[in-house]
Design a protein around this ligand. Structure first.
Ligand code: NAG
Ligand code: NAG
Ligand code: NAG
Ligand code: NAG
Ligand code: NAG
Ligand code: NAG
Ligand code: NAG
Ligand code: NAG
Ligand code: NAG
Length: 229
C-alpha cells in the first residue's frame, strides 16, 4: 500500500499503519484490516479526498503490475474516518498575479508556505487537541484597499481531527485576528475581511481573550481504510 500511495501522492504521503486485523463478516471473506494513512502535515498540497484514496486502492488491486498481491474485495474498501475541514477566506496585502491561481506554480507554493507557516503556530496554540493542518487552496485579486494597498484574497482549508469538537466560526476568526495583531507575520491581514465557513467575522465581535480549546483528543490526521478478502 505504501508503494501505491507514494507513487500517487509523492511527499504528501508518509505511510500506512496497520491498526488491526479482524474476522471478516462471512466465512468466505476471512480477514478485515483496519489501516491508517498518514499524510505530511508540512505539505502545501491538500489532503486527498476519500474517493480518491479508495479509487487508487481499487485500481492497484486490479492491476497485476502494482506489486499488491493480496486478494481484496474492492467493494469493501471504505474510508471510515477523515479530517473535518472548515473553509476560511481572508484578505492580506500583496500583489496578485495570475500564477497564484495555478496551484502548480512556484509562486502558489511559496505563498502557501508563507501563509501556512505564519498561521499554523496560532492554531496549534489555540486548538492543541483538535487542530490538524492548514492548506491554502486558492488566491484571487483583492484589488486596492481604501488606503490604496494592493491586496490578495487567500482561500484556506483548516483541518481538524475526525472526531474532534470543531471550534465555531468566531473562535477561528479570533485566532486569525490574534495572529494579525501579533505583528510577527510576513504579511498583513485586514481583520475586517475574514470569512469563516461563509460567515463574516468582524474584529469588533471578537474578544482579545485567547480561547484554549480542550474538548477533544484526536490530533493525528487519519484516514481509516478497511477491506476484507
Ligand atoms: C514538519 O515540520 C516541523 C517543523 O519543521 C517538524 O518538527 C515536523 O517533524 C515536520 N513533520 C513532518 C511530517 O515532516
Ligand atoms: C506477495 O508479495 C510479497 C512481497 O513482494 C512476497 O513476499 C509474497 O511472496 C507474495 N505472495 C504471493 C502469494 O505471491
Ligand atoms: C501552472 O504552472 C505549471 C508550473 O509552473 C505550468 O507547467 C503550467 O503550464 C501552469 N498552468 C497554467 C494553466 O498556466
Ligand atoms: C520560491 O521560493 C524559492 C526558494 O525560496 C525561490 O528560489 C524562488 O525564486 C521563489 N519563486 C517564486 C516564483 O517566487
Ligand atoms: C506572538 O508574539 C509574541 C510576542 O511578540 C511572541 O512571543 C509569540 O511567540 C508570538 N506567536 C504566537 C503564536 O503567539
Ligand atoms: C481560483 O481563483 C481564480 C481567481 O483568481 C478563479 O478564477 C479560479 O476558478 C479559482 N480556482 C479554484 C480551483 O477555485
Ligand atoms: C463560540 O464558542 C465560544 C466558546 O465556546 C462561545 O462563547 C460563543 O458563544 C460561541 N459563539 C457562537 C456564535 O456560537
Ligand atoms: C505586506 O505586509 C508585510 C507586513 O507588514 C510586509 O513585510 C510586506 O512587505 C508587505 N508586502 C507587500 C507586497 O507589500
Ligand atoms: C459550515 O457551513 C455549512 C453551511 O452553512 C454548515 O452546514 C456547517 O455545519 C458549517 N460547519 C461548521 C463547522 O460550522
Amino acid at each position: 500500500m505504501n508503494q501505491m500511495y507514494s507513487k500517487q501522492f509523492g511527499a504528501l504521503f508518509i505511510t500506512v499503519i496497520v491498526l488491526a486485523f479482524r474476522p471478516g463478516p462471512t466465512r468466505a471473506n476471512n480477514v478485515q484490516a483496519d489501516v491508517q494513512l498518514i499524510f505530511n502535515e508540512n505539505s502545501t498540497k491538500p489532503i486527498p479526498a476519500s474517493t480518491e484514496i479508495v479509487n487508487i486502492f481499487q485500481a492497484a488491486i486490479t492491476n497485476p503490475n502494482s506489486g499488491f498481491n493480496l486478494t481484496v474485495d474492492a467493494a469493501s474498501i471504505t474510508v471510515t474516518s477523515s479530517p473535518q475541514t472548515i473553509p476560511v477566506i481572508f484578505l492580506t496585502n500583496g500583489t496578485f498575479s495570475s500564477a497564484l491561481s495555478n496551484s502548480s506554480s512556484d509562486l502558489f507554493t511559496n505563498r502557501s508556505l508563507m501563509i501556512k507557516s505564519g498561521l499554523v503556530p496560532f492554531f496549534v496554540a489555540d486548538f492543541p487537541y483538535s487542530f490538524s493542518t492548514l492548506t491554502a487552496t486558492n488566491y484571487s485579486d483583492g484589488g486596492l484597499t481604501v488606503t490604496g494597498i494592493a491586496s490578495i484574497w487567500n482561500y484556506i482549508d483548516l483541518s481538524f481531527g475526525a472526531s474532534a469538537t470543531l471550534p465555531n466560526s468566531t473562535q477561528i476568526g479570533e485566532t486569525i485576528i490574534r495572529a494579525a495583531r501579533n505583528n510577527t507575520l510576513p504579511f498583513q491581514i485586514f481583520t475586517s475581511k475574514i470569512i469563516v465557513n461563509g460567515t463574516v467575522i468582524s474584529a469588533g465581535d471578537v474578544s482579545s481573550k485567547i480561547n484554549v480549546f480542550t474538548a477533544s483528543f484526536l490530533v493525528a490526521m487519519s484516514l481509516l481504510v478497511t477491506w476484507s478478502r
